[in-house]
Design a protein around this ligand. Structure first.
Ligand code: AMP
Length: 217
């Protein structure tokens, strides 16, 4: 059966870090719409250029652009057994479109990573990502082995322009206005679990594995 895991939570809640770990553990592809947009932007595609202004301002890219890009990605054969969604859906319209697209077949689990706003602002100012492969790091809680260099691919680590404090504050507002209702959407569908994301990366990951085990019995 196809397994679809949906990682929800405010910006900086740890969706990217936990999705990568789950992806390795479960051998399912990690599908991040933010990464897909950044890749498109790097390659100067039409989708990338359309998304740029929204991303720089911390706004959501319009639903139809996101949906086209995401649906194109999940129809690739590496997603046949399932996939882990990170940063999608971010609006109820996207969540409804995904439900329709998936039909009744796959096992769907939505996980909400809970974190305080103050923690988000602190975390994001210390977040670094690899310019080449997008792997996430944190200057104090998850540093790279060699300063400024990605452990996975040797690329250079940088701060995303939308991780600056004023943009982060705006992204939080956008999250509460447009994305928080997605949590209720999955709660209503009875496939939502919540995990406190205040503790260490390892502790949060253990909680996620426990949830998956209870699901798989
Ligand atoms: P992320 O890396 O997930 O924080 O995404 C970075 C930016 O990409 C967001 O601030 C949005 O501008 C855009 N983006 C990513 N995913 C979505 C989505 N599902 N819907 C709309 N915009 C998105």
């Amino acid at each position: 059966m196809q397994t679809v895991i949906i990682m929800l939570g405010a910006p900086g809640a740890g969706k990217g870090t936990q999705s990568l770990r789950l992806s390795q553990e479960l051998e399912l592809p990690h599908v991040s719409t933010g990464d897909l947009f950044r890749e498109n932007l790097k390659n100067q595609t039409e989708v990338g250029l359309r998304a740029k202004g929204y991303m720089d301002a911390g706004e959501l890219v319009p639903d139809e652009v996101v949906l086209d890009m995401l649906f194109g990605r999940i129809q690739k054969s590496d997603c046949d057994r399932g996939f882990i969604l990170d940063g999608f859906p971010r609006t109820v319209v996207q969540a409804e479109a995904l439900t329709k697209r998936l039909g009744g077949e796959p096992e769907v689990l939505a996980v909400n990573l809970e974190v305080d706003d103050d923690d988000v602002i602190k975390r994001m100012s210390q977040r670094r990502v690899c310019e080449d492969c997008g792997a996430p790091y944190h200057l104090t809680s998850a540093p790279s082995k060699k300063e400024g260099i990605c452990d996975l691919c040797g690329g250079t680590l940088m701060q995303r322009s939308d991780d600056r404090e004023e943009v982060v504050r705006h992204r939080l507002k956008v999250y509460y206005d447009q994305t928080a209702p997605v949590v209720t959407f999955y709660q209503d569908q009875r496939c939502l679990r919540s995990v406190e994301s205040r503790s260490s990366v390892e502790d949060v990951f253990s909680s996620l594995l426990e949830i998956l085990q209870t699901l798989r019995g």
